[in-house]
Design a binder for this molecule. Structure first.
Ligand SMILES: *Cc1c(COP(=O)(O)O)cnc(C)c1O
Length: 415
């Protein structure tokens, strides 16, 4: 096979990423990615960049946890590291209300399964020590539900998604944290879709000891970079007591390269695995953007623009069932019910990247990650209305226009 002719250069068109994620990467981030001058992961400026990222990340996450850094890869990489402390036979209560917390539940069952349980069903183990509490699609995990389940089972670990992106639901993090504290459970939270979008400080939730997020959503740093994670000393002590069977996703070992050794910040990191100077530069810039804009301002911008998009699709006859500020999850008007996949494919064929739900029931998801302007929202609204019409639906354009006018007119008047 020495004469294999290479394919033509890969061309990927411009699209609007108007889904639940990935978000649209900022041009400043891409420029830093392409602008990094060398590839050596032990160069002094790369190590300095990693230490600066670690410090900026603490500010973005609102934490003093020393063990706060990035895991190379995607959201699941960070989650895999966070769940690495869960050992076979550990008692875990996991709250599931959509696709992503469902996969978190699978991860937990894989980690908590005994060798026999894993061998019996390697891809979907039924671990006797794990309780999965299912919450119907479209509903949030409430503090009362967490309280009742933890009171009944008193597990070592409790886990849920902060914001469940599959159904577009915000879960009760305050109630979750309080119940974990009360019942002595160590809380683990999938914050993949909330970090960089919502205004929260993880140190305000003392029942939660492990947090994992992703590069591609609220941090707007897809060019495969780092999944933010943060662990309390209590989590690290629990991990020290049991150990974990991973080198690469070992929280204590990975932290070394970010300049955290034996629980202390040190001036520069030591080798754990090869890091990309390009990824470090991009991540560094993304964190700078978050802090320059401020988490509070971003959160208020997301809520403001989500409200405009929500009202506009409601004016088209859609029913919105989500309550997440970066995402609208909706049912189509009755006349188009059942044609959700067709509509999504129709939009995607025009490089308008909206998404269906990935688990039942089939709904449409439209996201606004890094699309925080009147022009971007108006463009999404126009494209979505056109797609509904192209499928034979009817849109009262005057009413939709009135929503945007009222929303943005009022904003402009207020400025
Ligand atoms: C997107 C998402 C994930 C997965 O993140 P990847 O970057 O695709 O690995 C996990 N959990 C939640 C809540 C998500 O929204």
């Amino acid at each position: 096979m020495t004469d294999f002719t290479p394919f033509p250069q890969l061309e990927i068109p411009e699209t609007i990423a108007a889904g639940p994620g990935p978000g649209n990467t900022d041009a400043r981030v891409l420029a830093r990615y392409a602008g990094a001058g060398l590839a050596d992961h032990m160069h002094a400026d790369v190590l300095r960049g990693m230490v600066e990222c670690k410090q900026m990340l603490r500010a973005v996450m609102g934490t003093q946890n020393t063990y706060t850094f990035g895991v190379a890869g995607t959201g699941w990489s960070g989650l895999d590291m966070m769940f690495s402390a869960v050992q076979p036979g550990d008692k875990v209560v996991m709250f599931v209300n959509g696709t992503f917390s469902g996969i978190d539940g699978l991860t937990v069952r894989m980690k908590a399964a005994t060798a026999e349980e894993l061998a019996a069903n390697p891809l979907d183990p039924q671990a006797a020590s794990v309780v999965i509490v299912d919450v119907p699609h479209g509903q949030s995990v409430t503090g009362e539900l967490v309280e009742a389940a933890l009171a009944e089972h008193t597990p070592k670990w409790a886990a849920m998604a902060h914001w469940e992106t599959g159904s577009g639901r915000v879960n009760d993090i305050e109630g979750f944290s309080a119940a974990c504290e009360k019942h002595g459970a160590l809380g683990l939270v999938d914050a993949v879709s909330s970090l960089g979008v919502g205004d929260f400080r993880i140190d305000d939730y003392p029942g939660v000891h492990g947090w994992a997020s992703c590069p591609q959503k609220g941090i707007c740093c897809l060019p495969l970079t780092y999944a933010p994670v943060s662990f309390t000393d209590t989590y690290i002590d629990a991990l020290k007591a049991t150990g974990t069977r991973t080198f690469c996703h070992h929280p204590i070992l990975e932290a070394r390269h970010w300049g955290v050794i034996d629980g202390q910040d040190v001036e520069k990191g030591t080798y754990h695995r090869t890091h990309s100077a390009y990824a470090v530069s991009a991540f560094h810039e993304a964190l700078r953007i978050c802090l320059q804009q401020t988490i509070a301002q971003r959160a208020s911008d997301y809520s403001f623009h989500e409200a405009a998009l929500r009202e506009a699709v409601q004016a088209m006859g859609c029913e919105v069932t989500s309550n997440m500020p970066s995402l609208v999850v909706l049912n189509l008007p009755d006349a188009l019910a059942g044609r959700e996949m067709e509509l999504v494919q129709h939009c995607r064929a025009q490089n308008f990247g909206i998404w269906p739900t990935l688990s039942e029931p089939v709904q449409v998801r439209i996201g606004i990650l890094n699309l925080l302007s009147e022009a971007a929202i108006a463009d999404i609204v126009r494209r979505f209305a056109a797609a509904l019409c192209e499928l034979g639906g009817e849109v009262d354009q005057a009413q939709v226009d009135a929503v945007l006018q009222r929303h943005y007119g009022r904003a402009m008047a207020a400025e």
